[in-house]
Design a protein around this ligand. Structure first.
Ligand SMILES: [Zn+2]
Length: 524
C-alpha cells in the first residue's frame, strides 16, 4: 500500500509494526486475567484489544493464535466484601483450590476460580470473542509440569534476579529471597519457606514454621513463581510474540513489564514480546477511579449488553486509541454512542472509525441496529406505552418504515434495550407519559392562540413527518408572536403535563394525527 493511503487507525498501525518485527511464521498474541472476582468491561479492554490485534493480523494474511491465560493459580489476596466471613481461612490459597463461594452453583463449579472462569467464558461468547485458546495457569502450565525449566532457572539465577530488581525497580531484597511460592500442607502459599531443590527428582524441599520439612513436586502444581517472573516465564512457554497490557498496572517505569523484559532475556533466554499496545483503564463517566470489582463502581458485560448489542460495546472499546482512558456512560451518553455507530452503519458519517466498526461487527451476520436514532426510539417507546405493534405504527406515522421482516426483528431487539435503559439508567428528564385527559393547564392567551393555529395547520395536512411538524410548529409560533420557550412549554404542558419533553417535531409527528389535532384544540 502506498504511504499516502495508509490508515492511521491504531489497530492498522499496530499490525504494521508487528508484521515488520515478525515477518514470518505464526504469531502468538496473548492476554491474561485473574479470575478473582466478577469480570467487568474494563477487563474486556485487554481481551478485546488482543482479539482485535489477532483479527487485524489474520486480515493481513498471518496465522495467529490468541492465547488467553486465566490466572487461576493466583492466591486469594484477601477476603473480598462479597465473600462469606469464613473465607478468611482461604486467604493465601490458590483460587483454583478454594471452594466456590456461591451456594447456588456449587454443584456446577468445583472451585472459586472455576466460578469466575465460567462467567468469563459466557461473557466472551456474548461479546463475539470466539477464536480464543484458553490456558489455565494451574492445570495447563504448573500442574502439567510446563513451568519446571523456568522454576529451575529462577533458583539457579536468583542473585541475577535480585540484581535486576535492584537496578530496575530500586528494590533491595535479602540474600535468601526467592520469587517462588510453595504450596503448604494446608493448601496455603504462606506456610513454607524454601530450603533446597533436587532437579533430578523435580522436587523442592520447603520448611514450615516448626522446622518440619515438606517435599514438593514442582512439576505437579506445588510451586508457583511470583507474578514478576511468572509473566516472562509464560511468554517463553507459550511462545508469545505480542501482548497488550495495562499501562497503569504494568507499564510504569520499573514495574512488571520492564522487569519482565529483563527476566525474559537474562534469566530465561527468550526475547521479550513487543507490547502490541499499552491500554488505559475504563471508568464510569464522571468517576476519577477505574472500574474495580472491590469498589463496586463497575459495569459487567452482562449489564452493558442489556442496553446495547455486543457490536456496539465492542465498538466503544476499540474505537479510541488504547492509551486513552475510556468513560462508559450508560445515561444519555449512550444516545451519542449508538447514533455514531448507526451513522457508520448507514455509511454516512464518522468514516474515520470504519475500521473499528469492521472489527466490532466482524461476526455480525446482518445490520446491528435500525436507522431510527436511539432518542427517537426512547420517545416512541414511551409514546406507544411499550406496546410493540403500537411502536411500529408510531414510527410509521413519524416517517420510518422497516425495510423487511428482518428489520422488524432488529427493531424488536432494540426495543428491549430501550426498555432496560429506561428501567435502569434513564435520567428522569427523558421520561414522560402522554396524558389521556387534557391536563388543567394555565395557558396565556398567546399560548392558546399558538396551539389553535398549530391545530389548523396540522389538520390541513394529510401526513406530517418529523421535519414537517417542526416547520409547522415554527410557523404557528411566528403567527402567534410567541417565544420558542413559551411555545414548547405550551405543547409539553397540554400533552405531557410537564414543562419539557422530547424533541417536539418528531414527537408530535409520532402521535395519532386526529388525536393530536383535538388535543391542540383543547377539546380532549
Ligand atoms: Zn459458581
Amino acid at each position: 500500500m502506498d504511504k499516502a493511503q495508509e490508515s492511521y487507525y491504531w489497530l492498522d498501525v499496530a499490525v504494521r509494526e508487528i508484521t515488520a518485527k515478525y515477518p514470518d511464521g505464526e504469531i502468538v498474541v496473548s492476554s491474561g486475567i485473574s479470575p478473582s472476582a466478577s469480570y467487568h468491561i474494563g477487563h474486556f479492554r485487554e481481551i478485546l484489544t488482543a482479539d482485535a490485534l489477532a483479527w487485524g493480523l489474520r486480515k493481513a494474511g498471518r496465522k495467529v493464535t490468541h492465547k488467553h491465560v486465566v490466572d487461576n493459580f493466583d492466591p486469594l489476596r484477601k477476603r473480598y466484601d462479597f465473600l462469606p466471613q469464613d473465607y478468611e481461612q482461604y486467604v493465601g490459597w490458590p483460587i483454583s483450590l478454594v471452594p466456590d463461594p456461591f451456594d447456588e452453583c456449587r454443584g456446577e463449579h468445583k472451585t472459586y476460580a472455576e466460578h469466575f472462569y465460567r462467567e468469563f467464558e459466557g461473557y466472551a461468547r456474548q461479546m463475539g470473542i470466539t477464536e480464543l485458546e484458553v490456558v489455565r495457569s494451574y492445570e495447563d502450565l504448573y500442574h502439567s509440569g510446563k513451568m519446571a525449566d523456568q522454576i529451575e532457572k529462577v533458583i539457579d539465577k536468583a542473585s541475577e534476579i535480585r540484581q535486576i530488581f535492584k537496578d530496575i525497580s530500586k528494590r533491595e531484597l535479602s540474600e535468601d529471597w526467592l520469587p517462588l511460592q510453595l504450596l503448604g500442607p494446608n493448601n496455603s502459599f504462606d506456610e513454607l519457606s524454601y530450603k533446597s531443590i533436587d532437579t533430578a527428582a523435580k522436587t523442592i524441599t520447603g520448611v514450615d514454621e516448626a522446622g518440619g520439612e515438606h517435599v514438593l513436586d514442582y512439576t505437579l502444581g506445588q510451586v508457583k513463581m511470583n507474578w514478576r517472573l511468572d509473566w516472562p516465564a509464560r511468554w517463553q512457554v507459550l511462545g508469545v510474540l505480542v501482548e497488550p497490557f495495562s499501562a497503569q498496572e504494568h507499564g510504569a517505569a520499573g514495574s512488571s513489564y520492564d522487569t519482565g523484559v529483563a527476566f525474559s532475556e537474562k534469566v530465561f533466554g527468550y526475547p521479550a514480546p513487543m507490547p502490541g499496545v499499552r491500554y488505559a483503564n475504563i471508568h464510569m463517566v464522571g468517576d476519577t477511579k477505574k472500574m474495580s470489582s472491590s469498589k463496586g463502581n463497575l459495569v459487567t458485560p452482562e449489564q452493558a449488553l442489556k442496553i446495547m448489542p455486543a457490536e456496539i460495546l465492542r465498538y466503544f472499546v476499540v474505537r479510541s486509541k488504547p492509551d486513552r482512558t475510556l468513560f462508559f456512560d450508560p445515561g444519555v451518553g449512550l444516545f451519542n454512542l449508538i447514533d455514531e455507530f448507526s451513522q457508520i452503519q448507514e455509511g454516512q458519517k464518522y468514516l474515520e472509525f470504519k475500521e473499528a466498526y469492521k472489527f466490532a461487527t466482524a461476526s455480525a451476520a446482518e445490520k446491528v441496529i435500525t436507522s431510527v436514532p436511539f432518542n427517537h426510539l426512547v420517545t416512541t417507546y414511551q409514546t406507544a406505552r411499550a406496546d410493540f405493534d403500537e411502536i411500529l405504527k408510531t414510527l410509521e406515522r413519524a416517517g420510518w418504515k422497516p425495510a423487511n421482516d428482518k428489520e422488524v426483528d432488529i427493531l424488536r431487539r432494540e426495543v428491549e434495550f430501550v426498555k432496560n435503559w429506561l428501567d435502569k439508567y434513564a435520567p428522569e428528564s427523558v421520561k414522560f407519559s402522554v396524558q389521556d385527559k387534557l391536563p388543567s393547564a394555565d395557558l396565556t392567551d398567546s399560548q392558546k392562540s399558538f396551539l389553535s393555529i398549530l391545530a389548523e395547520l396540522v389538520e390541513a395536512q394529510h401526513e406530517v413527518d418529523g421535519q414537517k411538524m417542526h416547520d409547522l410548529i415554527y410557523e404557528a409560533k411566528e403567527k402567534a408572536e410567541l417565544s420558542p420557550a413559551d411555545a414548547f412549554k405550551a405543547l409539553y404542558r397540554v400533552i405531557l403535563n410537564q414543562e419539557s419533553g422530547p424533541k417536539a417535531g418528531w414527537f408530535l409527528a409520532s402521535l395519532d394525527h386526529e388525536w393530536l389535532v383535538k388535543r391542540l384544540k383543547l377539546e380532549q
